[in-house]
Design a protein around this ligand. Structure first.
Ligand code: NAD
Length: 344
């Protein structure tokens, strides 16, 4: 049995990993704490560490993990913007779960949009109190409206398929468009100008950081809905809040938030929230926030556990690391993978 330690573990993570760990010859120690410079020492004695989206995997964390003998870090997520890849290169292999259920995330994006537009969350609360008034619950038909999809990867494409079923017209922006597809690609500027709804399905990179900001919002139609199930920092949240107050933005469906790290996945209901931007956003009648739960389906959790354990098994068996990623291959540049089957 190979020993592995997990950071930022919740009870629901354990269910699927515990079901499969023996089959993959892995013994797991679960830590509830997040991984970061102050907790990385806990990995002492483990060659393999498993982490999640809000762990802080910066230069300092990586140095401490490496000093303590860690040689592989397996992300149980698709996104990896919280990792300092340059610091990890040559020391710790990074693997991830590139796809576990694009349906989970795309369906959640549509669920948020339908909920906010048709005010289902408000109607639910009202009818529980026998308030059957319709005042304030009016939405709009999705049919015939235009949705702009930013990022036509796995999740973006499933989201577009769902949108087709609703009779939405679809525009897309992606710097790497799919060749010979029937997707109607336009520039980001045109997408902003023409869309009634904009849904973000691209990764967080230095090019996409704050792509929704004062300037791009100004180009959008008045009353546009923004859906973000990708990463919080795609949006400059203060600019979003101002545009909501000015009624330029008609609705925001947010599963992610740029300052979510210390808040999301925790019960903060007995705590004073010092983040005024988030508190103000949540108080808005036309904003719906979920706490990074778009991935959260049975199928996705099963697939995350299976691929993560498979990734670790490949490492322990000195095999090709199918889902390895480094700062070079991440940018389309050649890394040494071709020579020795691993990024370094
Ligand atoms: P993917 O890699 O299959 O697709 C991403 C697409 O974005 C690609 O087509 C890529 O070309 C495009 N892209 C790259 N740079 C871009 C840019 N500057 N502008 C527009 N598009 C750009 O990834 P995916 O599986 O579809 O996931 C998309 C994102 O969803 C992930 O990066 C992750 O941040 C997020 N995600 C969120 C959750 C959640 O629970 N909320 C779960 C999984 C993934």
């Amino acid at each position: 049995m190979n020993k592995v330690c997990f950071f930022d573990t919740k009870p629901y993570d354990k269910i699927y990993f515990d079901q499969m760990k023996e089959q993959y010859g892995v013994e797991i120690e679960y830590f509830e704490t997040k991984l970061g410079p102050r907790t990385a020492f806990m990995a002492k004695g483990y060659e393999a560490v498993v982490a999640f989206v809000n762990d802080v995997i910066d230069k300092e964390t990586i140095a401490i993990l490496y000093e303590n003998g860690v040689r592989i870090l397996a992300m149980r997520s698709a996104g990896y913007n919280n990792i300092d890849f340059k610091a990890a290169f040559g020391k710790i292999h990074i693997v991830r779960v590139p796809a576990y259920s694009p349906y989970a995330v795309a369906e959640h994006a549509m669920a948020l949009l339908l909920t906010l537009n048709r005010k289902i969350h408000r109607a639910y609360v009202r009818t529980r109190e026998f308030n059957f008034s319709l005042h304030g619950l009016m939405g709009f038909d999705l049919h015939g409206k235009t949705v702009g999809v930013v990022g036509t990867g796995k999740i973006g494409r499933v989201f577009m398929d769902i949108c087709k079923g609703f009779g939405l017209n679809i525009l897309a922006y992606d710097p790497y468009p799919i060749k010979d597809s029937d997707i109607k690609y336009v520039s980001f500027e045109e997408l902003c100008r023409e869309s009634n709804i904009i849904s973000l399905h691209c990764p967080l990179t230095k090019d996409t950081f704050h792509m929704i900001n004062q300037n791009s919002i100004k180009q959008m139609k008045k009353g546009v809905y923004i859906v973000n199930t990708s990463r919080g920092a795609l949006i400059n949240t203060e600019d979003l809040l101002n545009a909501i107050i000015e009624e330029q933005i008609g609705g925001a469906c947010l599963d992610v938030y740029e300052e979510e790290t210390e808040l999301f996945y925790e019960d903060m209901s007995y705590t004073i929230i010092h983040d005024d931007v988030l508190a103000r956003l949540i108080s808005m009648p036309n904003v719906i926030v979920t706490s990074h739960q778009a991935f959260f389906t049975k199928e996705a959790l099963h697939n995350i556990a299976e691929t993560t354990l498979q990734n670790l098994r490949e490492f322990f068996d000195d095999k090709i690391l199918t889902n390895e990623i480094c700062y070079q291959c991440n940018r389309g540049k050649p890394c040494s993978r071709d020579k020795n089957n691993r990024c370094f």
